[in-house]
Design a protein around this ligand. Structure first.
Ligand code: NAP
Length: 305
């Protein structure tokens, strides 16, 4: 039975991979995150508090559990805050990976690590795995540095770059699709940029990709994103249409008018052929992903009744 340790297990991707792995009996899972408790109330889940910036705790957790694979989803993911609090961004996104790598080297664990399209500047597209990175913001710089930590660590690892994750989970920070949904459902107007393009990624699709990496024992770099490029504005409109909400509440604005603290790439497009072919996965387009999300949210509402 493969032993898998998940970091950041209360986050969107951490919860998703936990939920997907639990459907199989061939894995033993230890879910960890910075909070005292797991968001899952299911008592069969083994949970341990683990702050990945605590070197000793990282070492002890990994030496005690002896995972075959560590899936590292923990990160300081507030892109604008990373610009202002660079020390924290460095500690959470880079040092933590050094600690994980150090412990993995001792126990001979593999690491599957998450990175981002923000390692690129958005000037060239589409981007395959050998495109040269050039991050525009500090978050992107820390994620690129984390990749380099693993490349130099002498351990078996896979790095997965992804972008614009959306999906549902328990008490997750509202991702873009949920933010649009919550605002439009309560009749609020929202401003959405028309000139930032990317490939929204349905988190379950990414989760399946990560499981394939684990199963097939793949190493190296993978670009895994949704299959369709769209602007944030068009994505918001697709959310409105899928959930039958008023799309005239969505106000188109430009990046200049929006004033984000951290600069973002204007155009991100990954070539995902390598991931789709080597892992045997198929990534959804926007409408496909959103319609599964709608079903998941309906099911949750039904469960809560
Ligand atoms: N979301 C995206 O669009 C996107 C795009 C590209 C790449 N990624 C990458 O994908 C990964 C997963 O993203 P996500 O959307 O699932 O993020 P998320 O929802 O913010 O999940 C990250 C989790 O890590 C936890 N965490 C933060 N600091 C920690 C620490 N020191 N020790 C242990 N846990 C800690 C967070 O807890 P708190 O919530 O309490 O801080 C959160 O539960 C990250 O590596 C991210 O950089 C995400």
């Amino acid at each position: 039975m493969k032993r898998i340790l998940i970091t950041g297990g209360n986050g969107l991707l951490g919860q998703t991979i936990t939920r997907l792995l639990m459907q199989e009996t061939k894995y033993s899972i230890l879910v960890t995150s910075i909070e005292d408790q797991s968001v899952f109330t299911n008592h069969t889940i083994h949970y341990r508090r683990l702050d990945v910036t605590d070197r000793r705790d990282v070492r002890e957790s990994i030496q005690e559990y002896k995972p075959d694979v560590i899936v590292n989803t923990a990160a300081y993911t507030h892109v604008d805050d990373c610009e202002d609090d660079r020390e924290k961004a460095q500690l959470y996104n880079v040092k933590s990976v050094e600690y994980l790598a150090e412990a993995a080297r001792i126990t001979d664990a593999r690491i599957v690590h998450l990175s981002t399209d923000y390692v690129f500047d958005g000037e060239k597209a589409p981007l395959n795995e050998s495109a040269p990175p050039s991050p525009l913001n500090y978050y992107g710089r820390t994620k690129l540095a984390s990749e380099n930590v693993l490349r130099g660590a002498g351990i078996r690892h896979a790095i997965v770059r992804t972008m614009i994750l959306y999906g549902c989970g328990i008490d997750v920070k509202p991702n873009f699709a949920l933010w649009v949904l919550y605002n439009l459902s309560s009749g609020k107007k929202i401003n959405v940029v028309v000139d930032q393009y990317g490939q929204p990624t349905f988190v379950d699709d990414l989760g399946y990709g990560l499981i394939k990496i684990i199963e097939l024992e793949r190493t190296g770099l993978y670009h895994i994103s949704g299959s369709e490029v769209t602007s944030r504005y068009d994505f918001a409109v697709a959310v409105a249409e899928t959930f039958k909400l008023k799309k005239d509440l969505i106000q188109p604005i430009s990046s200049e008018e929006f004033h984000q603290v951290a600069p973002r790439p204007r155009y991100s497009e990954f070539m995902i052929q390598k991931a789709q072919m080597e892992l045997g996965i198929r990534m959804s387009n926007v409408r496909e992903g959103l319609s599964v999300l709608r079903k998941q949210l309906e099911y949750r509402k039904y469960e809560e009744l």
